[in-house]
Design a protein around this ligand. Structure first.
Ligand SMILES: [Cu+2]
Length: 359
């Protein structure tokens, strides 16, 4: 029924507009074409001003309503992201100024320079000064923005500080795999032909390289330490993905066959961010920012930013992936005296609980 009324209303509105147009046509015939055209011109001039004012109010209201939803409503969660925010604000300041000047002038001139019998329009075909001005000014502004951007880009993607934590992140259809270098601080070799999910080798670690024996591999959640630079070495197992870190204001493509990198220093722990945003459900998110297939939407990873102590406790609980691939090599699978074993289990359960309550 409501569908019928909607269609009826649309048809009626169309008929009314059609009748008004027809009536104004007859009026113009009676009044004379010339006079009617001039009147319409005036109405259009005023409509331009009305549209300008309504448009500016609309822009203001939209910004007011939606600004809290944007990332700019709170500061960057990484030191490097502050530079990105600076660049964004600078770009908004420049393009925003140009936007307001051009839009106001566009509609105001339509009103001011509408047809008039009192003046004659000035006609010119070419103006070198004007051309030079509107070419040089945007070119200089754009060059400044690009140079500023490149400088920051080379800094984020260039060599990380000496003390940076090394984490490898690999995108796959559809999820993220993380690798930590273990006690030797060196990643073992890997080879894509060795990738075999069924035998716990999702990264293709080469087991003939002993540097792989202590490498820890985790999925879905990555841990890093607050105020400590983290260097992400980025890989892909299949198609192009993109490590999108919106709270840190950074992102980098994960390209099969071409490792990329990105480093940043987290400013706030996950817990601090929860308090800061008054959102107990907050978590730093890794989104895949590159359309990569039908499960793209679900390719979400979590980053937990914790203190060094919490990280050490967490890392101590992780088993190298080598033991998942070769369970018989795992020392904890070897028979040990009953008493020693039971105390160990209680101790590790206690630390596990304390970590949970802290996070
Ligand atoms: Cu993806």
């Amino acid at each position: 029924m409501s569908m019928f009324f909607t269609i009826a209303v649309i048809v009626l509105v169309f008929l009314i507009i059609f009748q008004i147009a027809k009536a104004s046509e007859y009026v113009s015939v009676i009044k004379g074409e010339e006079k009617s055209r001039k009147e319409q011109n005036k109405v259009n001039g005023f409509l331009m001003i009305a549209f300008l004012i309504a448009g500016l109010i609309g822009v203001y209201l939209c910004n007011k309503a939606l600004y809290p939803e944007t990332l700019l409503a709170h500061d960057s969660a990484s030191v490097q992201g502050e530079k990105v925010d600076q660049m964004l604000w600078l770009t908004i300041a420049i393009t925003g100024t140009v936007f307001f000047i051009t839009q106001i002038v566009l509609f105001w001139f339509n009103f001011k320079y509408q047809e008039s019998d009192k003046r004659k329009s000035y006609y010119f075909t070419h103006n070198n000064k004007l051309e030079l001005l509107w070419t040089a000014v945007p070119a200089i502004a754009m060059t400044a923005l690009v140079v500023f951007g490149l400088k920051n880009w080379y800094s984020f993607t260039g060599p990380a500080p000496e003390n940076a934590m090394q984490i490898e992140i690999t995108g796959k259809q559809f999820g993220w795999i993380f690798r930590y270098p273990g006690a030797d601080q060196t990643f073992g070799k890997k080879y894509y032909k060795l990738i075999d999910d069924a035998s716990s080798n999702s990264l293709g670690q080469d087991w003939t390289d002993s540097k792989n024996f202590d490498d820890v591999v985790t999925q879905a959640t990555m841990y890093c330490v607050v105020n400590k630079p983290v260097n992400l070495r980025i890989f892909s197992r299949d198609v192009i993905h993109d490590v999108g870190l919106s709270e840190f204001r950074l992102k980098q493509d994960a390209v099969p066959g071409t490792p990329t990198s990105l480093w940043f220093t987290p400013k706030y722990t996950t817990k601090e961010m929860k308090d800061k945003l008054s959102n107990p459900d907050f978590d730093y998110e890794i989104s895949c920012d590159q359309m990569c297939g039908n499960g793209h939407y679900s390719m979400k990873g979590i980053i937990k930013v914790v203190s060094q102590e919490e990280f050490d406790v967490w890392m101590a609980q992780q088993k190298p992936n080598y033991y998942a691939a070769f369970p018989d090599k795992d020392p904890s699978n070897q028979k040990s005296p009953m008493t020693a074993d039971s105390t160990k289990t209680t101790a590790s359960a206690a630390t596990k609980d304390s970590v949970k309550s802290k996070m």
